[in-house]
Design a protein around this ligand. Structure first.
Ligand code: PLP
Length: 394
Protein backbone atom coordinates (compact mmCIF):
# COMPACT_ATOMS: atom_id res chain seq x y z
CA UNK A 1 0.00 0.00 0.00
CA UNK A 2 1.22 3.47 -0.71
CA UNK A 3 2.50 5.10 2.52
CA UNK A 4 0.27 8.15 2.23
CA UNK A 5 -2.82 5.94 1.98
CA UNK A 6 -2.25 4.12 5.25
CA UNK A 7 -1.28 7.35 6.95
CA UNK A 8 -4.35 9.22 5.85
CA UNK A 9 -6.55 6.46 7.20
CA UNK A 10 -4.77 6.30 10.54
CA UNK A 11 -4.78 10.05 11.01
CA UNK A 12 -8.17 10.67 9.53
CA UNK A 13 -9.55 12.50 12.55
CA UNK A 14 -6.65 14.91 12.78
CA UNK A 15 -6.60 15.35 9.04
CA UNK A 16 -9.01 18.30 8.82
CA UNK A 17 -6.86 20.39 11.16
CA UNK A 18 -3.70 19.58 9.23
CA UNK A 19 -5.45 20.31 5.97
CA UNK A 20 -6.53 23.71 7.27
CA UNK A 21 -2.91 24.38 8.12
CA UNK A 22 -2.04 23.28 4.59
CA UNK A 23 -4.44 25.90 3.26
CA UNK A 24 -2.78 28.48 5.48
CA UNK A 25 -5.80 28.76 7.80
CA UNK A 26 -6.19 28.37 11.56
CA UNK A 27 -8.91 25.98 12.80
CA UNK A 28 -12.05 28.04 13.30
CA UNK A 29 -11.00 30.65 10.74
CA UNK A 30 -13.75 32.03 8.54
CA UNK A 31 -13.46 29.88 5.47
CA UNK A 32 -15.91 31.99 3.48
CA UNK A 33 -13.88 35.12 4.18
CA UNK A 34 -10.93 33.41 2.53
CA UNK A 35 -12.97 32.42 -0.48
CA UNK A 36 -12.88 28.76 0.57
CA UNK A 37 -16.45 27.52 0.51
CA UNK A 38 -15.97 23.91 1.50
CA UNK A 39 -14.11 21.73 3.93
CA UNK A 40 -10.90 20.15 2.60
CA UNK A 41 -11.48 16.84 0.85
CA UNK A 42 -9.82 13.62 2.03
CA UNK A 43 -7.59 13.98 -1.03
CA UNK A 44 -6.21 17.27 0.26
CA UNK A 45 -5.54 15.69 3.64
CA UNK A 46 -3.62 12.97 1.88
CA UNK A 47 -1.52 15.47 -0.07
CA UNK A 48 -0.78 17.37 3.11
CA UNK A 49 0.36 14.27 4.97
CA UNK A 50 2.37 13.01 2.02
CA UNK A 51 4.17 16.36 1.76
CA UNK A 52 5.00 16.33 5.47
CA UNK A 53 7.12 13.14 5.26
CA UNK A 54 10.84 13.15 4.56
CA UNK A 55 10.68 10.74 1.61
CA UNK A 56 13.85 8.65 1.63
CA UNK A 57 12.31 5.34 0.52
CA UNK A 58 12.12 5.28 -3.30
CA UNK A 59 15.51 6.68 -4.46
CA UNK A 60 13.76 9.70 -5.90
CA UNK A 61 15.27 13.06 -6.80
CA UNK A 62 13.84 15.46 -4.19
CA UNK A 63 14.29 18.58 -6.35
CA UNK A 64 12.11 17.67 -9.33
CA UNK A 65 12.50 18.99 -12.87
CA UNK A 66 14.78 22.00 -13.43
CA UNK A 67 13.47 25.41 -14.43
CA UNK A 68 14.28 24.90 -18.11
CA UNK A 69 12.48 21.54 -18.06
CA UNK A 70 9.44 23.16 -16.45
CA UNK A 71 9.43 25.87 -19.11
CA UNK A 72 9.59 23.29 -21.88
CA UNK A 73 6.79 21.24 -20.33
CA UNK A 74 4.61 24.30 -19.78
CA UNK A 75 5.06 25.22 -23.42
CA UNK A 76 4.07 21.69 -24.47
CA UNK A 77 0.67 21.92 -22.74
CA UNK A 78 -0.59 23.44 -25.98
CA UNK A 79 -0.22 19.99 -27.58
CA UNK A 80 -2.39 18.30 -24.94
CA UNK A 81 -5.30 17.84 -27.35
CA UNK A 82 -3.17 16.44 -30.22
CA UNK A 83 -2.10 12.97 -31.31
CA UNK A 84 0.46 14.30 -33.75
CA UNK A 85 2.61 17.28 -32.77
CA UNK A 86 6.23 18.44 -32.76
CA UNK A 87 7.91 16.42 -30.00
CA UNK A 88 11.29 18.15 -29.82
CA UNK A 89 12.75 15.14 -31.68
CA UNK A 90 13.22 13.40 -28.34
CA UNK A 91 14.38 10.10 -29.88
CA UNK A 92 16.96 11.84 -32.07
CA UNK A 93 18.13 13.99 -29.14
CA UNK A 94 18.68 10.88 -26.99
CA UNK A 95 20.42 9.11 -29.89
CA UNK A 96 22.76 12.11 -30.39
CA UNK A 97 23.44 12.20 -26.66
CA UNK A 98 24.81 8.65 -26.93
CA UNK A 99 26.32 8.94 -30.41
CA UNK A 100 24.09 6.18 -31.85
CA UNK A 101 21.59 6.21 -34.75
CA UNK A 102 18.00 6.94 -33.70
CA UNK A 103 16.83 3.42 -34.63
CA UNK A 104 18.95 2.26 -31.66
CA UNK A 105 16.56 3.96 -29.20
CA UNK A 106 13.22 2.73 -27.85
CA UNK A 107 11.31 5.04 -25.52
CA UNK A 108 9.38 3.77 -22.51
CA UNK A 109 7.09 5.21 -19.86
CA UNK A 110 10.00 5.03 -17.40
CA UNK A 111 12.79 2.50 -17.69
CA UNK A 112 10.42 0.25 -15.73
CA UNK A 113 8.45 -0.18 -18.95
CA UNK A 114 11.65 -1.08 -20.81
CA UNK A 115 12.53 -3.75 -18.21
CA UNK A 116 9.04 -5.17 -18.48
CA UNK A 117 9.07 -5.20 -22.27
CA UNK A 118 12.42 -7.03 -22.24
CA UNK A 119 10.79 -9.61 -19.97
CA UNK A 120 7.70 -10.08 -22.13
CA UNK A 121 9.77 -10.27 -25.30
CA UNK A 122 12.55 -12.61 -24.22
CA UNK A 123 11.03 -14.71 -21.43
CA UNK A 124 8.30 -17.35 -21.47
CA UNK A 125 7.38 -20.32 -19.27
CA UNK A 126 10.55 -22.41 -18.86
CA UNK A 127 12.84 -19.49 -19.78
CA UNK A 128 15.13 -17.94 -17.18
CA UNK A 129 16.56 -14.59 -16.21
CA UNK A 130 19.96 -14.76 -14.50
CA UNK A 131 21.16 -12.08 -12.06
CA UNK A 132 22.09 -11.36 -8.45
CA UNK A 133 19.90 -10.97 -5.41
CA UNK A 134 19.18 -8.45 -4.05
CA UNK A 135 18.92 -6.35 -7.16
CA UNK A 136 16.09 -4.36 -8.77
CA UNK A 137 13.48 -6.96 -7.88
CA UNK A 138 10.80 -5.93 -10.40
CA UNK A 139 12.74 -7.76 -13.10
CA UNK A 140 12.49 -11.04 -11.18
CA UNK A 141 8.92 -10.58 -9.99
CA UNK A 142 7.84 -9.79 -13.52
CA UNK A 143 9.59 -12.96 -14.75
CA UNK A 144 7.74 -14.99 -12.14
CA UNK A 145 4.50 -13.27 -13.15
CA UNK A 146 4.81 -14.59 -16.68
CA UNK A 147 5.72 -18.07 -15.39
CA UNK A 148 9.39 -17.79 -16.27
CA UNK A 149 12.11 -18.49 -13.69
CA UNK A 150 14.69 -16.30 -12.04
CA UNK A 151 18.13 -17.67 -11.18
CA UNK A 152 19.11 -15.36 -8.34
CA UNK A 153 22.74 -15.56 -7.26
CA UNK A 154 24.07 -14.30 -3.94
CA UNK A 155 26.21 -11.19 -3.72
CA UNK A 156 29.87 -11.46 -2.75
CA UNK A 157 30.86 -10.75 0.84
CA UNK A 158 31.65 -7.15 0.00
CA UNK A 159 28.17 -6.82 -1.59
CA UNK A 160 29.52 -6.69 -5.16
CA UNK A 161 28.00 -8.75 -7.95
CA UNK A 162 29.61 -12.15 -8.53
CA UNK A 163 30.42 -12.00 -12.24
CA UNK A 164 32.07 -15.47 -12.49
CA UNK A 165 28.96 -16.96 -10.83
CA UNK A 166 26.70 -15.19 -13.36
CA UNK A 167 28.84 -16.50 -16.24
CA UNK A 168 28.76 -20.00 -14.78
CA UNK A 169 24.98 -20.04 -14.20
CA UNK A 170 24.42 -18.73 -17.72
CA UNK A 171 26.58 -21.45 -19.23
CA UNK A 172 24.92 -24.22 -17.22
CA UNK A 173 21.43 -23.00 -18.19
CA UNK A 174 22.43 -21.76 -21.63
CA UNK A 175 19.50 -23.20 -23.57
CA UNK A 176 16.91 -21.71 -21.22
CA UNK A 177 18.39 -18.29 -20.51
CA UNK A 178 16.12 -15.53 -21.83
CA UNK A 179 18.52 -12.85 -20.67
CA UNK A 180 21.06 -11.89 -18.01
CA UNK A 181 20.18 -8.89 -15.83
CA UNK A 182 22.97 -6.65 -14.60
CA UNK A 183 22.03 -3.59 -12.57
CA UNK A 184 25.01 -1.22 -12.62
CA UNK A 185 25.31 0.39 -10.15
CA UNK A 186 23.14 -2.07 -8.28
CA UNK A 187 19.98 -1.19 -6.40
CA UNK A 188 19.73 -1.63 -3.38
CA UNK A 189 23.45 -1.91 -2.53
CA UNK A 190 24.76 1.04 -4.61
CA UNK A 191 27.86 -0.89 -5.67
CA UNK A 192 29.25 -0.75 -9.20
CA UNK A 193 30.44 -3.45 -11.59
CA UNK A 194 33.75 -2.31 -13.11
CA UNK A 195 34.19 -1.90 -16.86
CA UNK A 196 36.61 -4.86 -16.77
CA UNK A 197 34.03 -7.05 -15.04
CA UNK A 198 31.34 -6.13 -17.58
CA UNK A 199 33.74 -7.18 -20.34
CA UNK A 200 34.53 -10.38 -18.42
CA UNK A 201 30.79 -11.11 -18.33
CA UNK A 202 30.13 -10.35 -22.00
CA UNK A 203 33.20 -12.28 -23.15
CA UNK A 204 32.49 -15.15 -20.77
CA UNK A 205 28.92 -16.03 -21.81
CA UNK A 206 27.89 -17.42 -25.21
CA UNK A 207 27.68 -14.43 -27.62
CA UNK A 208 24.02 -15.02 -28.47
CA UNK A 209 22.87 -14.60 -24.84
CA UNK A 210 21.15 -11.27 -24.33
CA UNK A 211 22.31 -9.03 -21.45
CA UNK A 212 20.08 -6.29 -20.03
CA UNK A 213 22.25 -3.65 -18.33
CA UNK A 214 20.24 -1.29 -16.14
CA UNK A 215 22.05 2.03 -15.73
CA UNK A 216 19.33 3.90 -13.81
CA UNK A 217 21.90 5.43 -11.43
CA UNK A 218 24.66 6.02 -14.00
CA UNK A 219 24.80 9.78 -13.45
CA UNK A 220 25.80 9.51 -9.78
CA UNK A 221 28.85 7.28 -10.27
CA UNK A 222 32.34 8.55 -9.39
CA UNK A 223 34.15 5.19 -9.38
CA UNK A 224 36.82 5.49 -12.11
CA UNK A 225 36.70 1.74 -12.82
CA UNK A 226 33.04 2.06 -13.92
CA UNK A 227 31.98 2.89 -17.49
CA UNK A 228 28.66 2.94 -19.28
CA UNK A 229 28.06 -0.14 -21.44
CA UNK A 230 26.46 1.83 -24.31
CA UNK A 231 29.59 1.35 -26.54
CA UNK A 232 28.90 -2.40 -26.55
CA UNK A 233 25.72 -1.69 -28.52
CA UNK A 234 27.78 -0.14 -31.32
CA UNK A 235 30.17 -3.11 -31.13
CA UNK A 236 27.17 -5.19 -32.18
CA UNK A 237 26.86 -7.12 -28.90
CA UNK A 238 23.54 -8.53 -27.73
CA UNK A 239 23.09 -5.97 -24.97
CA UNK A 240 20.22 -3.67 -24.04
CA UNK A 241 21.07 -0.63 -21.94
CA UNK A 242 18.17 0.78 -19.89
CA UNK A 243 18.28 4.42 -18.82
CA UNK A 244 15.80 6.64 -17.00
CA UNK A 245 14.93 10.32 -16.55
CA UNK A 246 13.49 9.51 -13.10
CA UNK A 247 16.65 9.87 -11.05
CA UNK A 248 19.14 12.60 -12.02
CA UNK A 249 16.47 14.55 -13.96
CA UNK A 250 13.73 14.31 -11.32
CA UNK A 251 10.97 13.01 -13.61
CA UNK A 252 9.89 9.85 -11.74
CA UNK A 253 6.24 10.88 -11.69
CA UNK A 254 6.36 11.95 -15.33
CA UNK A 255 7.58 8.56 -16.65
CA UNK A 256 10.35 8.62 -19.24
CA UNK A 257 13.02 6.03 -19.90
CA UNK A 258 14.56 4.31 -22.88
CA UNK A 259 16.53 1.38 -24.21
CA UNK A 260 19.70 1.61 -26.28
CA UNK A 261 20.21 -1.53 -28.36
CA UNK A 262 20.69 -2.87 -31.89
CA UNK A 263 17.63 -2.15 -34.07
CA UNK A 264 16.91 -5.86 -34.63
CA UNK A 265 16.61 -6.35 -30.85
CA UNK A 266 14.37 -3.29 -30.45
CA UNK A 267 12.27 -4.48 -33.39
CA UNK A 268 11.36 -7.60 -31.40
CA UNK A 269 10.49 -5.51 -28.34
CA UNK A 270 8.46 -2.83 -30.13
CA UNK A 271 5.17 -4.79 -30.42
CA UNK A 272 5.09 -5.11 -26.62
CA UNK A 273 5.80 -1.48 -25.80
CA UNK A 274 3.02 1.07 -25.45
CA UNK A 275 5.02 3.94 -26.94
CA UNK A 276 2.75 6.14 -24.82
CA UNK A 277 4.95 9.02 -23.77
CA UNK A 278 2.99 12.21 -23.30
CA UNK A 279 3.76 15.52 -24.97
CA UNK A 280 4.95 17.29 -21.81
CA UNK A 281 7.34 14.52 -20.91
CA UNK A 282 8.93 14.43 -24.36
CA UNK A 283 9.67 18.16 -24.22
CA UNK A 284 10.82 17.86 -20.60
CA UNK A 285 13.26 15.12 -21.62
CA UNK A 286 14.71 17.19 -24.44
CA UNK A 287 15.22 20.14 -22.08
CA UNK A 288 16.78 17.84 -19.44
CA UNK A 289 19.52 16.64 -21.76
CA UNK A 290 20.38 20.25 -22.65
CA UNK A 291 20.51 21.46 -19.05
CA UNK A 292 23.97 20.35 -17.96
CA UNK A 293 24.13 22.95 -15.20
CA UNK A 294 21.10 21.57 -13.36
CA UNK A 295 22.29 18.00 -13.83
CA UNK A 296 25.66 18.93 -12.32
CA UNK A 297 23.99 20.70 -9.39
CA UNK A 298 21.78 17.71 -8.54
CA UNK A 299 24.74 15.34 -8.79
CA UNK A 300 27.04 17.46 -6.65
CA UNK A 301 24.46 18.19 -3.98
CA UNK A 302 23.38 14.57 -3.81
CA UNK A 303 26.93 13.25 -3.52
CA UNK A 304 27.86 15.86 -0.92
CA UNK A 305 24.84 15.00 1.23
CA UNK A 306 25.47 11.27 0.86
CA UNK A 307 29.08 11.57 1.95
CA UNK A 308 28.15 13.82 4.86
CA UNK A 309 25.40 11.46 6.08
CA UNK A 310 27.58 8.36 5.66
CA UNK A 311 30.42 10.00 7.61
CA UNK A 312 28.03 10.86 10.47
CA UNK A 313 26.64 7.32 10.59
CA UNK A 314 30.11 5.82 10.64
CA UNK A 315 31.13 8.16 13.44
CA UNK A 316 28.16 6.81 15.39
CA UNK A 317 29.49 3.30 14.75
CA UNK A 318 27.17 2.20 11.91
CA UNK A 319 29.01 0.89 8.80
CA UNK A 320 27.66 1.76 5.36
CA UNK A 321 28.05 -0.21 2.12
CA UNK A 322 30.13 2.02 -0.22
CA UNK A 323 27.61 3.52 -2.64
CA UNK A 324 27.94 5.15 -6.05
CA UNK A 325 24.31 6.26 -6.20
CA UNK A 326 21.70 8.56 -4.64
CA UNK A 327 21.10 6.06 -1.82
CA UNK A 328 23.09 3.87 0.55
CA UNK A 329 22.63 0.90 2.85
CA UNK A 330 23.56 1.22 6.50
CA UNK A 331 24.08 -1.77 8.79
CA UNK A 332 21.73 -1.16 11.70
CA UNK A 333 21.74 -4.76 12.96
CA UNK A 334 17.95 -4.62 13.25
CA UNK A 335 15.15 -5.87 10.96
CA UNK A 336 14.31 -3.08 8.48
CA UNK A 337 10.58 -3.62 8.98
CA UNK A 338 10.83 -2.61 12.63
CA UNK A 339 13.24 0.21 11.90
CA UNK A 340 10.93 1.61 9.21
CA UNK A 341 8.13 1.85 11.76
CA UNK A 342 10.40 3.75 14.14
CA UNK A 343 11.39 6.20 11.41
CA UNK A 344 7.85 6.58 10.15
CA UNK A 345 6.69 7.58 13.63
CA UNK A 346 9.22 10.42 13.32
CA UNK A 347 7.96 11.50 9.88
CA UNK A 348 10.76 9.86 7.88
CA UNK A 349 10.12 7.20 5.21
CA UNK A 350 13.02 4.79 4.61
CA UNK A 351 13.53 1.75 2.37
CA UNK A 352 11.73 -1.57 2.58
CA UNK A 353 13.49 -4.84 3.53
CA UNK A 354 15.75 -6.31 0.85
CA UNK A 355 16.24 -9.95 1.81
CA UNK A 356 18.66 -11.51 2.49
CA UNK A 357 20.19 -8.22 3.74
CA UNK A 358 17.91 -8.12 6.74
CA UNK A 359 20.17 -6.11 9.02
CA UNK A 360 20.63 -3.28 6.53
CA UNK A 361 18.46 -0.26 5.87
CA UNK A 362 18.34 1.48 2.48
CA UNK A 363 18.18 5.24 2.69
CA UNK A 364 17.73 7.57 -0.30
CA UNK A 365 19.40 10.97 -0.39
CA UNK A 366 16.81 13.71 0.03
CA UNK A 367 17.24 17.44 0.53
CA UNK A 368 19.58 18.79 3.18
CA UNK A 369 16.60 19.33 5.50
CA UNK A 370 15.38 15.77 4.95
CA UNK A 371 18.83 14.36 5.72
CA UNK A 372 18.93 16.40 8.94
CA UNK A 373 15.56 14.91 9.90
CA UNK A 374 16.89 11.45 9.09
CA UNK A 375 19.97 11.93 11.29
CA UNK A 376 17.93 13.35 14.17
CA UNK A 377 15.59 10.34 13.98
CA UNK A 378 18.53 7.94 13.63
CA UNK A 379 20.15 9.26 16.81
CA UNK A 380 16.86 8.84 18.69
CA UNK A 381 16.35 5.28 17.44
CA UNK A 382 19.87 3.87 17.65
CA UNK A 383 22.45 3.93 20.44
CA UNK A 384 25.97 5.19 19.75
CA UNK A 385 28.39 2.34 18.99
CA UNK A 386 32.19 2.27 18.67
CA UNK A 387 33.02 4.44 15.65
CA UNK A 388 33.71 2.80 12.27
CA UNK A 389 34.64 6.15 10.70
CA UNK A 390 37.56 5.92 8.31
CA UNK A 391 37.08 2.21 7.65
CA UNK A 392 34.67 2.80 4.74
CA UNK A 393 33.62 5.53 2.42
CA UNK A 394 30.21 6.08 0.96
N1 PLP B 1 15.92 0.34 -12.54
C1 PLP B 1 16.35 0.56 -11.29
C2 PLP B 1 17.64 -0.03 -10.87
C3 PLP B 1 15.58 1.32 -10.40
O1 PLP B 1 16.01 1.49 -9.15
C4 PLP B 1 14.36 1.86 -10.85
C5 PLP B 1 13.50 2.64 -9.94
O2 PLP B 1 13.74 2.86 -8.81
C6 PLP B 1 13.96 1.60 -12.16
C7 PLP B 1 14.77 0.85 -12.99
C8 PLP B 1 12.67 2.10 -12.71
O3 PLP B 1 12.67 3.46 -12.82
P1 PLP B 1 11.69 4.25 -13.77
O4 PLP B 1 10.64 3.29 -14.24
O5 PLP B 1 11.15 5.35 -12.98
O6 PLP B 1 12.54 4.71 -14.92
Amino acid sequence: MHPSKSVSRRHFVGGATTALAYLGLKPGADLWAHGVNRLPSPYEQEVDQYDAFAKLHFNENPYGPSESMMEAMNMAFKYSNRYGYPDGDIREVIADHHGVPSDHILLGAGSGEILKVVGVTFLAPGKKVVGVDPSYGSVYSHATGIHADAIKLPLLEDFRQDIPAIVNATEINYRDVGFVYLCNPNNPTGRTVSADEVRQLLDGIPPDVLVLIDEAYHHFVEDPTYATSVPYVLEGRRVIIARTFSKIFGMAGMRLGYAVARPEILQRMRPFSTGSINALVKWGGVAALADNESEKRVRETTLRLRKQTVAELETLGYPVIPSETNFFMVHTGRPPREVRTDFRARGVLVGRPFPPLLEHLRVSIGTSGEMDRFMTAFKEIFPVRASTAGSRTG
